[in-house]
Design a binder for this molecule. Structure first.
Ligand code: PEP
Ligand code: MN
Length: 267
């Protein structure tokens, strides 16, 4: 056996994501567990972000999501405000005391992500972008990795391994549904994956209900079922005027809907 093969074999048996003790979200951020993460699909303006942040504060939600770089299917759709969006998020976290999670698409923007956000999101489309995984890991900033929409759990674990290998243990996984033949939801929420990750690793797990379901009518019962798995957080999209949202208009909760959801969730 060559040295390389031996090394590979050893790692195959003992993945870092399976053997390392990872801090929980509560340990990383001092948030109560389980917690709710909410915010717009995309940051569209300061006014929009402020209106949403104010609703989060009313609900006692401590973590805000919002995209400044949006991975859109069509290049003609809104791509996000870029650095200006990150600056809005930074302003929001300082003014409202919320933590920020935002997606970075390009390794060249990681430095800005570290500067302006508390947790860097690597989205579903980039789960297997190994350069981005490694460079995001090397920032030593908290990284939330979303499951690829067509990835097996094993592939998800190996993607997480690229980050863990850098020595960055501020690693959080997010289940966001996978593509199946079923069309009644945008993706099929794989709740068994969250249960398996919780059972086999100490990694914090977040379930993104909005991108899984893309429907609001079943959000509450599904959220309650997911909480029963013992996940660390749920994530939902919310917007001050969902009908005019520049992305994911159909799935974003209005602010009154968010307040009702947050109030009902932990009852
Ligand atoms: C998002 O959370 O903004 C997003 C684009 O989600 P996903 O990568 O899961 O599609
Ligand atoms: Mn979205």
């Amino acid at each position: 056996m060559t040295e390389h093969t031996e090394h590979t074999e050893r790692n195959r048996e003992a993945l870092l994501v399976k053997t390392t003790s990872f801090p929980s979200l509560a340990e990383l951020f001092g948030t109560a567990a389980p917690c709710l993460i909410a915010g717009p699909c995309a940051v569209e303006s300061l006014d929009q972000a402020e209106a949403i942040a104010q609703a989060l504060v009313r609900c006692g939600i401590k973590v805000m999501r919002g995209g400044a770089y949006k991975p859109r299917t069509s290049p003609y759709d809104f791509q996000g405000l870029g650095e200006d969006g990150l600056k809005i998020l930074d302003f929001i976290r300082q003014k409202y005391g919320v933590l920020i999670v935002t997606e970075i698409l390009d390794p060249r923007d990681l430095e800005l992500g570290v500067r302006y956000a508390d947790m860097i999101q690597i989205g579903s489309r980039n789960m297997q972008n190994t350069s981005l995984l490694k460079e995001a890991g090397q920032t030593m900033h908290p990284v939330m990795l979303k499951r690829g929409m067509m990835s097996t759990l094993k592939e998800f674990m190996f993607a997480a391994e690229y980050i863990a290998q850098t020595g960055n243990h501020k690693l959080i996984l997010c289940e966001r549904g996978i593509r199946t033949f079923e069309t009644s939801t945008r993706n099929t929420l794989d709740i068994s994956s969250a249960a398996i990750i919780k059972q086999e690793t100490s990694l914090p797990v977040i379930v993104d209900l909005s991108h899984s379901l893309a429907r609001k009518d079943i959000l509450l019962p599904v959220a309650k079922a997911v909480l029963a798995l013992g996940v660390d957080a749920l994530m939902v999209e919310a917007h001050n005027d969902p009908a005019s949202a520049l992305s994911d208009a159909a799935q974003q909760l209005s602010l009154p809907e968010l307040e009702e959801f947050a109030a009902d969730l932990f009852c």
